[in-house]
Design a protein around this ligand. Structure first.
Ligand code: ADP
Ligand code: MG
Length: 263
C-alpha cells in the first residue's frame, strides 16, 4: 500500500519529512545525544509507525515534530516547508500531539468543551463561540456533544483518549503525532481506539506518526514502520515487508518478543 513515496496525485515533498534529526538534552558536560541523524518520511494521508524499546527516543522525536523541542541538527518539513522557519504558532497548529495519558494532558478543572475551545483558540477559551466546532470534533470520535459540559474524571480511560483525539482534531491539523495512545488501555478498549484511528485516517486523510513500543499495535495502523534503537534508526520500510521479512537483527529480536509473531 505504501511502497511508493508519494500520495496519489501528490508530489514527493507532500506530507511530513524529518531530515537528519539530532536531538540533544542538556548542554556542556551534561549534554546527552538521545536522537542521532534520524530521517523519516510520511507521505500525506499515510501513517508511519515508530517503534523501539522504552528509552530509544520515540517521544523525543515526537516532541520535536510537534515543535516542543528544537532540533539540535536537522530539519522537520511539512509539504517541503521547514517548520522551524514557519511562523511558530501557525506551524504548531499544523501538527498536533496526542499523548499516552490524556488524564494528565486534560486539565481536571476544565469542562471538555473549554479544553477543546482552549486548543482551538488559546487564551480565548470562549466555549460558546466555538460550540459548533467542539460538537463536530466530539461527534468525529463518536462521543455525544453533551460531553462538552462534563469534566475529564466523568469519563473512562478510553473515552478520555477519544476526547484527547477530538481536541487535537478540532484544530484541523495536517499531521497527528500519536504517542503510545493505547498503552494505558485495556485490550478491548485498545482495539476500539485503534479502529477509531483507522476510520479517521480514512475519512480525514490524516498524516500520522504512530509511536508505540508494541509492534502488534503498530502493525494494525501503519503503512510503513521505522525501528529506533538507542536514538538511531536501524530499519525502516513498508509495514508488510518489515513484518514479513525484517532485515536487521534488532527488528527480528523485537518481533520475536511479540508472542503472536513468533514462529
Ligand atoms: P521513548 O519514548 O522511546 O521511551 P524518550 O524519548 O522518552 O524515549 O527518551 C529517550 C532518552 O532521553 C531516554 O534515555 C530518556 O531518559 C532521555 N530523556 C527524555 N526526556 C529527557 C529530558 N527532558 N532531559 C534529559 N533526558 C531526557
Ligand atoms: Mg515515550
Amino acid at each position: 500500500m505504501a511502497d511508493d513515496d508519494t500520495t496519489p496525485g501528490g508530489t514527493a515533498t507532500d506530507g511530513l519529512t524529518v531530515e537528519d534529526l539530532t536531538l540533544i538534552y542538556g548542554s556542556g558536560r551534561r549534554a546527552r545525544t538521545v536522537v542521532r541523524s534520524v530521517s523519516l518520511r510520511v507521505p500525506r494521508g499515510r501513517t508511519l509507525g515508530l517503534v523501539g524499546e522504552s528509552g530509544s527516543g520515540k517521544s523525543t522525536i515526537g516532541k520535536a515534530v510537534v515543535g516542543l523541542l528544537r532540533p539540535s541538527a536537522g530539519r522537520i518539513l511539512l509539504d517541503g516547508q521547514d517548520l522551524a522557519g514557519a511562523r511558530r504558532r501557525a506551524a504548531v497548529r499544523r501538527v498536533q500531539l496526542v499523548s499516552q495519558d490524556p488524564y494528565s494532558s486534560l486539565n481536571p478543572r476544565l469542562t471538555i468543551g473549554r479544553a477543546i475551545a482552549e486548543a482551538i483558540d488559546p487564551g480565548g477559551a470562549d466555549a460558546g463561540r466555538h460550540f459548533a466546532a467542539i460538537a463536530r470534533s466530539l461527534e468525529t470520535v463518536s462521543l455525544d456533544p453533551a460531553a462538552a459540559w462534563r469534566y475529564p474524571h466523568e469519563f473512562s480511560g478510553g473515552q478520555r483518549q477519544r476526547i484527547a483525539i477530538a481536541r487535537a482534531l478540532a484544530v484541523e491539523p495536517e499531521v497527528i503525532v500519536a504517542d503510545e495512545i493505547t498503552s494505558a488501555l485495556d485490550c478491548s478498549v485498545q482495539a476500539e481506539v485503534l479502529n477509531l484511528l483507522l476510520d479517521l485516517r480514512q475519512r480525514l486523510a490524516l498524516t500520522m506518526v504512530f509511536i508505540s513500543h508494541d509492534l502488534a499495535v503498530v502493525r494494525h495502523v501503519s503503512d510503513s514502520v521505522a525501528v529506533l534503537r538507542h536514538g538511531e534508526l536501524v530499519e525502516s520500510g513498508p509495514a508488510a515487508t518489515l513484518y514479513s521479512n525484517p532485515t536487521h537483527p534488532y527488528t527480528r529480536h523485537l518481533l520475536d518478543s511479540v508472542p503472536r509473531f513468533a514462529e
